[in-house]
Ligand binder design. Structure first.
Ligand code: SAM
Length: 394
């Protein structure tokens, strides 16, 4: 399929999409993005997408929707099935500009298992969840639509479904209408729609425009000035780097929402008795370091390693502010972060050496993305290590 942004825009505008001062363009390393073609002022509406252009379960052929509704597939999985089964020409110009499988190598889902095994712990958890969710949807959909299961060597039907599922994952917007509200067992995660042109906005941690929908459709309003030629972003959510990597397939140079899990280092230091105590109060695992501090769960677990149990219990119950044990907690945290930082340096050195025969062509790019993610985590640790070291000196 030949990609043509102008043909796609013609098609979208004929269907009522209104662009004001913006234009989708190819941006190196980011696929297509949205660029300001004149200076844009805050509060200007830069894009409107009418309801009739949305693509969600309501726009599926009725018979297909009925079959999906008889299963326990998620809305996400049903839309992916619709994309895979749709052989009409209704969306051809839109389909032509959507990334192809070759553009998705940033997504750890497509990485060889040897490389997936070297992902940071939080990325690994998210990937396992993503795979399980996809597997559930696929098992529902290929039973309902046996034609999805193409009997050939590579199982093309499954590959196409996977790709569409991952595209739905990274290109839908929060949306609610009567049908989505009624979908059996639906949760917030099911309230979604695809929409043309808006799906070309790339992400920035602070965003640059506000997204809203009503009965007429979606509007995108600039929240800050943009100079002509500048990229206009939306914010996909306050996501850390592991989430962006696994769900969207990219890493960002700067991300004010970045965070990392310290579970591997923390759990290795906790003996069974302490783990049991933490489990009892619901504080075992999910130890987070963000750009400024470690979370309360981490403070609780660290205190258990350096205080008497009675003092720890008083802290847990809110009867002790923890001030008396803070220096010991900080010293232990510093030691753990330094050990983790040395381990990460070793990981960063090992990744480029990894030899995997399959995926030879794309392997260097995949490794590079993985190293970038580990470097970001290393920076988070460095920042905290520096401030703990300064604190120890004062
Ligand atoms: C909603 S689409 C945005 C349009 C997309 N760039 C395209 O070519 O169709 C989301 C995808 O865009 C890419 N993306 C979004 N924000 C990015 C960023 N800040 N840096 C690099 N890639 C980004 C990722 O591949 C992500 O999965």
């Amino acid at each position: 399929m030949v990609e043509s942004i102008p043909d796609f825009l013609d098609w979208a505008i004929k269907r009522g999409v209104k662009l004001n001062g913006i234009e989708p363009q190819r941006i190196p390393g980011r696929g297509i993005g949205v660029i300001a073609i004149r200076d844009i002022q805050p509060d200007e509406i830069i894009l409107e997408v009418p309801t009739k252009c949305l693509r969600t379960i309501t726009t599926m052929p009725k018979a297909r929707l009925r079959k999906c509704a008889e299963t326990s597939v998620s809305v996400h999985g049903a839309i992916a099935a619709d994309l895979t089964l749709d052989k009409s020409s209704k969306y051809t110009p839109w389909d032509a500009i959507v990334p192809s499988s070759g553009d998705l190598i940033g997504m750890p889902f497509y990485w060889p298992p040897e490389l997936q095994a070297l992902l940071p712990p939080h990325s690994r958890q998210l990937l396992a969840k993503q795979k399980a969710k996809l597997e559930r949807d696929w098992s529902q959909m290929f039973t309902a639509f046996p034609e999805l299961h193409v009997e050939d060597e590579g199982d093309l039907g499954r590959l196409e479904y996977e790709q569409n599922w991952l595209l739905v994952n990274s290109r839908t917007f929060y949306y609610l209408n009567a049908a989505l509200k009624k979908w059996r067992g639906s949760t917030k995660d099911d309230h979604m729609t695809l929409q043309p042109v808006a799906d070309l906005f790339n992400h920035a941690d602070e965003g640059g425009c506000h997204v809203a929908f009503g009965s007429d459709g979606f509007t995108f309003r600039a929240t800050r000035p943009h100079k002509k030629g500048e990229e206009v972003h939306i914010c996909y959510g306050n996501h850390g780097g592991d989430f962006l990597l696994v769900e969207y397939g990219f890493v960002m140079a700067e991300n004010c929402w970045d965070e990392t899990l310290l579970d591997n280092v923390m759990l290795a230091k906790l003996d069974e008795k302490r783990k049991e105590r933490l489990e009892e109060i619901g504080f075992l695992g999910s130890y987070v370091l963000d750009r400024n501090m470690v979370c309360h769960r981490t403070q609780v677990a660290l205190r258990l390693m350096c205080c008497k149990v009675s003092e720890w219990m008083r802290f847990v119950n809110g009867n002790d502010d923890g001030e008396a044990s803070q220096n010991a907690v900080d010293a232990l945290l510093l030691q753990l972060l330094q050990e983790y930082a040395a381990w990460i340096d070793d990981m960063i050195a090992r990744i480029p050496m990894l030899k995997i025969v399959e995926h030879e062509e794309d392997l260097d790019e995949m490794k590079d993305i993985l190293v970038q993610r580990w470097r970001q985590i290393r920076q988070l640790l460095d920042k905290r290590i520096r401030s703990l070291e300064q604190g120890a000196q004062t």
